[in-house]
Design a protein around this ligand. Structure first.
Ligand SMILES: Nc1ncnc2c1ncn2[C@@H]1O[C@H](COP(=O)(O)OP(=O)(O)O)[C@@H](O)[C@H]1O
Ligand SMILES: [Mg+2]
Length: 290
């Protein structure tokens, strides 16, 4: 979930608990969600939607990312694997503006310099991120969670009085089907299984129509059936969105992957199909210990 959406949701929930939507004086001010800061338009005419070049991040002298270079094509579904501590999460932190690198460049398309933008600006230009732990609004229904994600760019106060258009209702309906939660639309999100919460959060991100979606270990803790459904969902998204998926589950990766990047010690160790990287001596060494 994006930081601004979290704020917006917390505010709406609070306002509703107070049962005084009209008198409630809070809200409005923090409603910066989705506002563009004119950082340039996304240009993917050169093929890539994300370019990372020579990115280095140091924590007290330790290089979590060490001259990492990687690019992702528009519409691609890229899988990232690598041992614990390889720098996978740190890489997502850099892309989303949570961590600033010491060196290097990060571009969204060929024109938008991500290192000049703040976290909420990066979210609003179309980079969505799914953290490992599901973060949905447990006291709101599944439907309300999706509705909130859809209208979050209107400002909290305006959105409280906002009525969904028929088209928007259709979109929520389609999303409920896509994420397999149609039958649970009116249930409180807190009652969903772990896997269903993960789907709901992915649905919330998709309501904002991200161009690039970053997913950190999306199937961790899911049942086999949930994992299989998630794989099918990602395959459906491919092409419409660009996806970067970090996962340890190799059978999941096998189902969804085209190109796999192996990270190790903060840099790219190997890149290719899953079969290619799994046959790579250096990769085998890293996974089986030296
Ligand atoms: N905020 C931080 N402060 C210090 N060290 C960190 C911080 N974040 C990550 N690290 C270190 O950077 C390395 C890469 O971490 P991380 O990106 O979480 O790896 P991965 O997601 O591939 O498991 C690890 O050694 C981790 O301990
Ligand atoms: Mg991680």
């Amino acid at each position: 979930m994006t930081p601004d959406l979290m704020k917006a949701g917390a505010q709406i929930r609070r306002a509703r608990d107070e049962k005084s939507l009209v008198e409630n004086g809070s809200g409005g001010r923090q409603a910066s969600y989705g506002r563009l800061h004119e950082p340039g338009t996304l240009d993917v005419s050169h093929g890539a939607i994300l370019y990372l070049d020579d990115i280095t991040v140091s924590f007290d002298g330790f290089k979590a990312l060490n001259a990492l270079s990687l690019s992702i094509s528009a519409g691609e579904l890229r899988c990232i694997i690598g041992p614990n501590g390889a720098g996978k999460t740190t890489m997502m932190d850099v892309i989303t503006g949570k961590t600033r690198p010491d060196l290097g460049h990060a571009y969204f398309g060929s024109t938008i310099d991500l290192l000049r933008l703040r976290e909420n600006e990066i979210a609003s230009i179309g980079i969505g991120r799914k953290f490992q732990k599901p973060t949905v609004f447990e006291q709101l229904s599944v439907f309300e969670n999706l509705e909130l994600a859809l209208r979050a760019d209107r400002g909290v106060r305006a959105s409280m009085f906002f009525r969904l258009s028929g088209e928007q209702l259709d979109r929520i309906g389609e999303m409920l089907t896509l994420i397999h939660l149609k039958d649970s639309a009116q249930r409180n999100a807190g009652l969903l299984s772990h896997g269903q919460k993960q789907w709901l959060e992915i649905g919330m991100l998709l309501m904002q129509d991200p161009k690039l979606l970053l997913l950190d270990e999306p199937v961790a803790g899911m049942t086999d059936e949930e994992t299989e459904r998630t794989a099918q969902l990602f395959l459906t998204l491919k092409g419409k969105h660009s996806l970067m998926v970090v996962e340890h589950d190799m059978s999941f990766i096998r189902t969804i992957s085209e190109k796999v990047t192996v990270l190790c010690d903060g840099a790219v160790l190997a890149e290719g199909t899953l079969d290619e990287v799994q046959a790579d001596e250096r990769v085998i060494e890293v996974y089986l210990g030296r």
